[in-house]
Design a protein around this ligand. Structure first.
Ligand code: CP3
Length: 327
């Protein structure tokens, strides 16, 4: 009987999201408007009755809260004033400016009252490595080259950026939990870009520190890790970070994940977002295969990455019905 929610379940594929977004102005204005961010978080819950709501926000509010210039350009996505050397870290404030992020915590607090009791509220943050790729690259990049190059050229300097992010991320997640988040997810979208040694240093170690700090204050709040495209390194990640649940990306064979991790950690995933776009037999076949493979181990049905804007909203109704009929 898996619970179901979807990454990027609030977003541009929903007409009601596009209407609210227009009212808000820019994407960041929407993130920092508690009434509208609450509304957008609730929209997919009203439509589909998912078992969990994920806070509407973005991973880039952390660099913004650290003092970096961040903005979103229509048709491009996020842009940041890049920091590419240790000297560039002087742009940042000494710690997370909770005041700047107060509207995000107010959104969480509102949601903890407005969501139905049976709907879990998930807070989130980007993992330090993934957030660093935006801070250093200044935008979404295909290969995270500038960030990987800094990490090789000057590991001690890059470590300083990662340490700032570890502290800021702990602070940000603690504030969300204090405001009412019942679980948190750590998104490491670009984890798969790193070779083994680098993966241990920049993906596993920072995440381990974050999980340990959260657990010290809130031992019962589950932490979901999402080391996207980490492939055969998933078991090391799970073991070393001690996350409670792990998000499987689309490329991960469910049978392999079940064999390696089933029962040790809750598995979450991993329908291809494009199967959801296609709908029909492709969607039913792919979703059923996942459900059949994961039957009997602790499992949360989700996508292997976020919903894409061209997704027909009615395909999601079909998916949720299918997951629930399997119960
Ligand atoms: O899942 C949800 O419904 C909650 C909200 C959420 C958003 N971003 C809203 C958003 C979450 C959890 C994120 C996480 C996020 N943001 C990640 C990690 C997860 C992943 O998808 O890999 C990353 C890498 C970002 C950074 C980011 N934000 C990018 C690269 C972009 C541009 C992408 C695009 O499709 O335009 C965003 C913008 C963004 N964040 C949108 C949404 C709904 C689209 C903004 C719009 O309305 O124009």
């Amino acid at each position: 009987m898996p619970p179901v929610w979807l990454m990027r379940q609030a977003g541009r594929y929903l007409p009601e999201y596009r209407a609210t977004r227009e009212k808000a102005g820019s994407f960041l204005d929407l993130c920092y408007n508690p009434a509208l961010a609450e509304e957008v978080t609730l929209q997919p819950i009203r439509r589909y009755g998912f078992d969990a709501a994920i806070l509407f926000s973005d991973i880039l509010v952390v660099p913004h809260g650290l003092g970096q210039k961040v903005w979103f350009e229509e048709g491009i996505g996020p842009l940041l004033d890049p920091i590419t050397t240790e000297a560039g870290l002087a742009q940042l404030r000494p710690g997370l400016q909770r005041k700047r992020l107060e509207p995000v915590y107010e959104t969480v607090s509102r949601l903890s009252h407005s969501l139905p009791a049976e709907t879990a509220l998930i807070g989130f943050a980007g993992a330090p490595w993934t957030v660093a790729t935006y801070m250093v690259g200044g935008r979404s990049t295909a290969d995270q080259a500038a960030t990987r190059a800094w990490a090789y050229r000057d590991p001690a300097g890059f470590q300083k950026l990662i340490d700032i992010l570890v502290e800021g991320t702990i602070d940000h997640l603690l504030a969300q939990i204090e405001a009412g988040a019942e679980a948190v997810q750590i998104f490491d979208t670009w984890a798969g870009a790193l070779p083994e040694q680098e993966f241990a240093r920049w993906v596993i170690e920072p995440t381990r520190k974050i999980v340990a700090a959260l657990r010290a204050s809130f031992p019962r709040v589950p932490v979901i890790g999402f080391p996207r495209n980490a492939g055969p390194r998933y078991p090391d990640y799970v073991e070393a970070t001690s996350v409670d649940a792990v998000g499987l990306d689309t490329s991960m064979p469910c049978g392999w994940a079940r064999e390696a991790l089933g029962g040790k950690v809750t598995l979450q995933g991993n329908l291809d977002p494009l199967a959801l776009v296609a709908g029909g037999e492709a969607l039913r076949g792919a979703a059923s295969a996942i459900l059949d493979t994961m039957a009997g181990v602790p499992f949360i049905f989700n996508l292997g990455h976020g919903i894409v804007p061209q997704t027909p909203p009615e395909h999601i109704t079909e998916l949720v019905t299918l997951v629930r009929e399997k119960r």
